[in-house]
Design a protein around this ligand. Structure first.
Ligand code: SAM
Length: 278
């Protein structure tokens, strides 16, 4: 067995599970889930299907967004007593737009081993099949629900060269496409739907086509967006550039900071010009 099992410290294994296709479980994931004392599962009923499929009989305990704080002390106490845990989420890799970060950090802070058992995650599956430049890339995760916040977050990535990856609900995809087009213009984009499942589909197009496309409202989506490929040339004044960011919800100071970054100028120069020309 792995060296980590032979040390005395208790362990938290972060175990990836399939994102749809049950066969995407690794042998090691099955071994670990059988060997630990407790499996922390986001939804015990949902994970029950997976455990049954692999004849895993380990006791499950619920660990999700709404009970993670109250469960933390008990988990730490049980680790102290020598119990080993595995954390799984409903699908894919725990901690990736899923609960996990807090307990991982708490275990590290208390000196327990945190061990990854890698496997499926929708990010990489979508990215490698997008046909867009694979690295560098930035994973944004889910956009904020409030559209003003989503817009200002996206705007902060507008001038970035790297590929961007977003998780999105099918119900919001149309609205998100409008927003993406408004901010990024005619970039190439890829939509990975229902990866590893029966209706797996990958749509590749440009954002100006996407806003006229009808996307199936069923299933799960990852959106992969091409990075900024244009050489920057600004045909708006510094003042209007700042105002654009203010219109997206940034305050004046943040807007000036972003404009300085976009234009590769110092913040003090931007501030000076803004105060004179405003
Ligand atoms: N922890 C998961 C992972 O590692 O990918 C992500 C969990 S997050 C709550 C769920 C989101 O992941 C979905 O809304 C969708 O954006 C994406 N996702 C998960 N499974 C997917 C699949 N089979 N096909 C496409 N997207 C998927």
């Amino acid at each position: 067995m792995q060296k980590s099992f032979e040390t005395n410290s208790s362990k938290l294994f972060i175990v990836s599970t399939p994102i749809g296709n049950l066969s995407d479980m690794t042998y090691r994931a099955v071994d670990v889930l059988r060997m630990v004392d407790v499996i922390l599962a986001e939804d015990t009923r949902n994970s029950g299907v997976l455990l049954k499929h692999y004849h895993i009989e380990t006791h499950m305990m619920s660990y999700h967004e709404f009970n993670k704080n109250e469960k933390e002390n008990m988990i730490l106490r049980m680790l102290e007593e020598g119990k080993n845990f595995a954390l799984i989420s409903d699908a894919g890799t725990p901690g990736i737009s899923d609960p996990g970060y807090e307990i991982i950090k708490a275990c590290i802070d208390h000196g327990f081993d945190v061990i990854p058992i890698p496997g499926a995650s929708a990010i990489l599956a979508a990215l490698i099949t997008s046909g867009l430049v694979i690295q560098p890339f930035t994973f944004i995760g889910f956009l904020p629900r409030k559209s003003s916040e989503a817009k200002s977050l996206l705007a902060s990535f507008k001038h970035r060269k790297e590929t961007l990856v977003i998780y999105e609900s099918p119900l919001r995809i149309q609205k998100t496409n409008q927003m993406l087009y408004e901010i990024f213009g005619k970039r190439n984009v890829s939509y990975a739907r229902e990866l590893t499942k029966k209706f797996e589909t990958i749509y590749r197009m440009s954002l100006d086509e996407a806003i006229h496309e009808t996307f199936d409202q069923r299933g799960e989506y990852v959106i992969v967006i091409e990075g900024n490929k244009e050489e920057e040339h600004f045909d708006i004044s510094i003042v209007d550039h700042i105002k654009q960011y203010i219109d997206l919800g940034y305050d004046e100071k943040e807007a000036m900071k972003l404009v300085a970054k976009d234009r590769k100028m110092s913040k003090s120069d931007i501030y000076r010009i803004y105060k004179i020309e405003q």
